[in-house]
Design a protein around this ligand. Structure first.
Ligand SMILES: *Cc1c(COP(=O)(O)O)cnc(C)c1O
Length: 517
């Protein structure tokens, strides 16, 4: 570790009272230096390789195995942050980050997080910080308006979409299974097998929620998708009918708006019809794509979602809000409160008027003041600023998709409804067949022996291609599998990503492909 840590027990004393915290002057000095560092970081993230070049264990091995006995000044900690920690960081706040779903910790949100850390509010009860409870209500009301969702949707902030969906399914379970709160599920002959339906493209968080809720992974029914990766409503109807005939109780349907692999959109309207007919809870997972409803040309993306029982969208995904912040909306928040509210004596409050206590809407007691950063983002960019940025990301994705479509060396493997492009390079000699990926949508599943041979060669080629491109440190792309084929994904979503970054990704793909072939 840094040289000044050894035998420096008195050094820290210079910026700290013996039994207190850092003194104000020291805080001011370190704080100013830190803000300068962050300002440079946000403006010049590109000087760092986007994907960490560290081998496994590098950070761990550079740190002492046991904690220090004597304190050190913050300078020493910061030097080690730069020397040891930073090389082990993959820079999500980098405009060349195109992997998974690109996210942004935009500057206004970073500043709000700094304030939130300073306040250190724990908003379990209204009185433990009225502002945190009420700002959460106001910002989620704003977001709901921006998305065009009805005001019958009550909102609450969780950390992630995984936890939002867990709560959605917990509420569905509470509604469907009498006495589940008290008697649980185990050893109950009156409760037969239960089922949750989601498309085969749904996010793994749904699987985990089902496991967590004691339903067992087998309770998840993967409904087949069409050739554009959208849930087939007829298949859903058939699966429900077959289950009912076999004595299985349908618990909930999860529709996805913006699936993780291809950003496909399940037909929520027809799915909502089925749920209404059958009396089944409908949860919509719009973690990534929900915000596209702000943009005129994709305004229809949430059609039918007003009929959902619950809905999740992640401002930490494509709304520039620093990780983590997931917005959960529910038309029956009282069902969730019935499932979870439990007030020990020491948390009983005596407010004269009725107030909302956020601890009642879920599993966790303590909650951070997350709405502060969402408030800062919504105000700092304004709806117009957000809309323009999202539209630009979609333009960049379409531009990239056009390059793929025009190229003889690459082919596109899925439609591009938002800001994610799924594609792959073709082995030498295997020309892109226009029939396999239509320009305006169709990813064909046409197979055949010749295609199988191309696919095997393409898998190896694309695995090596993505490794070579990521090793440059200039961009970071990730992959998925579509119809069994290794597929490269380019996800545009960082607030500082410009056309030149997308162009550079394309140049690198082209350059590395030539080298590999
Ligand atoms: C990213 C994503 C999730 C998981 O989000 P977390 O907030 O990390 O839990 C769930 N569903 C979809 C559709 C996603 O895109």
């Amino acid at each position: 570790m840094a040289d000044d840590t050894a035998g420096s027990g008195t050094v820290a004393g210079k910026e700290m009272e013996r039994l207190g915290d850092m003194d104000a002057e020291a805080f001011r000095r370190h704080g100013h230096a830190l803000v300068d560092w962050i300002a440079d970081y946000l403006n010049r993230t590109e000087r760092y390789p986007v994907l960490s070049k560290n081998p496994p264990g590098a950070v761990r091995d550079a740190l002492p195995p046991s904690p220090p006995e004597k304190g050190v000044p913050f300078d020493a900690i910061f030097r080690d942050f730069e020397r040891v920690i930073l090389p082990g960081v993959t820079h999500w706040n980098h405009p060349g980050f195109f992997a998974y779903f690109a996210i942004s910790g935009a500057a206004a949100g970073v500043l709000a997080e700094f304030l939130s850390a300073a306040l250190n509010v724990q908003a379990m009860l209204w009185r433990t910080s009225p502002a945190a409870t009420e700002l959460e209500e106001v910002t989620l009301g704003w977001l709901r308006q921006l998305l065009g969702l009805p005001d019958t949707f009550e909102g609450v902030i969780y950390d992630t979409a995984s936890i939002s969906s867990l709560h959605a399914l917990a509420a569905a379970r509470h509604r469907a299974v009498a006495g589940v709160r008290t008697r649980g599920l185990a050893g109950r002959p009156d409760v037969g097998p239960l089922r949750v339906y989601a498309s085969e493209q749904a996010h793994s968080s749904i699987d985990k929620a089902i496991m967590t809720l004691g339903l067992g992974h087998d309770a998840l029914s993967h409904v087949p998708a069409d050739d554009e990766f959208r849930m087939r409503p007829e298949a859903l109807r058939e699966a429900i009918a077959a289950d009912r005939a076999g004595g299985v109780t349908p618990l909930a349907v999860v529709a996805t708006v913006g699936t993780t692999s291809t950003t496909s959109v399940d037909p929520v309207g027809p799915i909502a019809d089925i749920c209404a007919d059958e009396g089944i809870w409908l949860h919509v997972d719009a973690a990534y794509a929900g915000v596209a409803a702000l943009v005129p040309e994709t305004r229809g993306v949430l059609a039918g979602c007003d009929r959902a029982d619950s809905f999740v969208v992640n401002p930490h995904k494509w709304l520039f809000t620093p990780f983590d912040l997931s917005a959960f909306y529910c038309r029956h928040m009282d069902t969730l409160r019935d499932a979870f509210s439990l007030t020990p004596d020491y948390l009983q409050t005596l407010e004269a008027v009725e107030v909302r206590n956020l601890m009642d809407t879920g599993v966790q007691l303590g909650r951070r003041f997350r709405s502060l950063k969402l408030w800062a983002i919504l105000r700092h960019f304004g709806s117009e600023g957000i809309r323009d940025r999202l539209a630009e990301h979609m333009r960049l994705a379409r531009l990239f998709a056009a390059w793929v479509d025009e190229s003889r060396d690459f082919e596109r493997l899925a439609p591009v409804p938002f800001s994610v492009v799924c594609f792959r390079a073709l082995p030498a000699g295997a020309a892109a067949a226009p029939g396999r990926a239509g320009t305006d949508g169709g990813a064909s599943t046409a197979g055949g022996a010749a295609d199988a041979a191309v696919d095997a060669a393409a898998d190896t080629l694309n695995e090596r291609l993505i490794e070579a491109v990521n090793a440059t440190g200039e961009v970071f792309l990730s992959h998925t599998r579509l119809d069994g084929r290794f597929t490269i994904r380019l996800a545009v979503g960082h607030v500082r990503t410009e056309e030149r970054h997308v162009r550079r990704a394309w140049e690198l793909l082209d350059e590395k492909l030539r080298a590999l072939r």
